[in-house]
Write a protein that binds this ligand. Sequence first.
Ligand code: NAD
Length: 355
Amino acid sequence: MTLHRAFTFPGIPARVIFGSGTLAQVADAVTSLNRSKALILSTPQQAGQAQDVADRLGPLAAGMFTEAAMHTPVDVTERALAAYESADADCTIAIGGGSTTGLGKAIAIRNGADQVVIPTTYAGSEMTDILGETDKGEKTTRRDPAIRPELVIYDVDLTLGLPVPMTVTSALNAIAHAVEGLYAPDANPITDMMSVAAISAFRDHLPELVTNPAEPQARAEVLYAAWLCSATLGAVTMSLHHKLCHVLGGSFGLPHAETHAIMLPHTAGFNAVAALDRLAPVAEIMGGSVGGGLWDFAKGLGAPMRLSDLGLAEGDIARAAEIATRQPYANPRDFGQDDIAMILTAALRGTRPMT
Ligand code: NAD
């Protein structure tokens, strides 16, 4: 008799409400947490949606803070904490992408606030215990159970207007969570199932959104896939792909979703050599090789393909490779600075990975 593969599954701690029109449940969400004064968070661009949440909450709304910014700057968090205190709030509601979710997490890790998150992109921060913050140009990332939001409301309707370029790059960002989930040292049968289901759903439904971005069924399938990716990221250890994107965002100022979108075929192709079994479903779903299949999929969607288009120069590669190899971390394939330089050069020039 063959024993089943041994594994540990950490569980999925957050409560999730998924559907169309689910924003209508936001007041019930606050009371279900035994809270009654929510500070609503958003970026300046999504202040209108924050106001909509406030209107739906009525007396349960304590105020709004609409200054969330990319990479969770600590000075913004400090202003948000002051707003939280002066409003006498007892929880937060973050409506927006990963930047707004990050602000809610940064507040929670400092004062223990309960968090409701209403994601409007596919970035996937909402289900994780991960927080990246920037202070004086330095980005640091930590994991702590206190960072993880308590309740997530996915409302498909809020994603119908997500612009096509962001739809594509944000979805590829989500696929990166699933791909790294497959070869994570703590991958388990549940995260494997979630990853494979998510990558298949993106393959089947993302292309339709490029031509028909407000199609509700495809939006629902893609948001569901994004949830699976976020839950996977929240349950496993990140490897080379996320670490490299972190360096490119934190030290070179490259935009988050676009960087993930460009890097994924190259990091996955590099790791496929050592994790072919684990990544076989990716090649099967995308067709061709792991990296080549992902590259073809991204190109077909009109995604950005070259880091040079995001502002990275050939002269930056050696420094990026040096920073990326300072700390050891889990990865199925060993690597040194030369390997990182090779991966970055291919991503900078936009060449198609062979593996
Ligand atoms: P974002 O949150 O920075 O959003 C980009 C812009 O798009 C913002 O102006 C936002 O207001 C706007 N936007 C969001 N939803 C929209 C919609 N439906 N329609 C129109 N505009 C919309 O971008 P992101 O890619 O969602 O998140 C990136 C950030 O999230 C990064 O800082 C990254 O580090 C973080 N992140 C963290 C984790 C984690 O687990 N900690 C995971 C993924 C991403």
